[in-house]
Design a protein around this ligand. Structure first.
Ligand code: SAM
Length: 159
């Protein structure tokens, strides 16, 4: 999966590390500003009032504790212009513990693809494309990280 995502032909740990570092540098070079965001708020970036052509969420809405998953998705939707895009990375069903670097995050609301599709629809999105990626088994070697797959979903907000 990572090879497909990052454009590499093999899934070795070294390839993934190199690809991630390249992506980090590329993304950071394009960032113009960093603003606080709380997914639990009706306007997650309050006190700023703004909507965007594209909003992305990576493994966050299912880890943010408080309110409901559907409400958090609606909060995110409030940031997307009508006709704009929402790009979501989410954990596969059955995932309870995600790891970023050395930090573990509880996945409080793991979603089945079917439930996620309903929540996205209720938040005003039409799903354009979904892809499911299996994670390489060595991701799970610490005995805590237990996510076997993840989903990439690209949606468009209805007018
Ligand atoms: C599994 S990590 C994902 C980190 C990163 N986005 C990634 O894809 O690697 C979950 C993230 O959700 C963030 N988070 C938890 N509660 C949140 C909230 N209420 N609002 C915004 N972010 C939150 C955590 O700080 C953490 O960075």
């Amino acid at each position: 999966m990572i090879s497909m995502h990052f454009g590499y032909s093999r899934d070795s740990a070294e390839d993934i590390k190199i690809a991630i570092e390249k992506r980090k540098l590329s993304i950071r070079s394009k960032v113009k500003s960093v603003i606080p965001c709380d997914a639990l708020l009706l306007n997650p970036i309050a006190p700023i009032n703004a909507t965007f052509d594209v909003v992305g969420s990576s493994l966050m809405l299912d880890c943010a504790e408080g309110s409901t998953y559907k409400q958090r998705l609606k909060n995110a939707s409030a940031l997307v212009k009508s006709g704009g895009f929402f790009v979501q990375f989410s954990n596969g069903p059955g995932c309870c513990n995600w790891k970023c670097g050395s930090v573990f995050f509880k996945v409080v609301d793991p979603q089945t693809p079917e439930d996620n599709a309903i929540a996205l629809d209720e938040a005003g999105f039409n799903i354009l494309q979904t892809a499911n990626f299996e994670l390489p088994p060595f991701f799970c070697q610490d005995g805590i990280f237990d996510c076997k797959d993840m989903f990439l979903t690209v949606c468009r907000k209805r007018y």
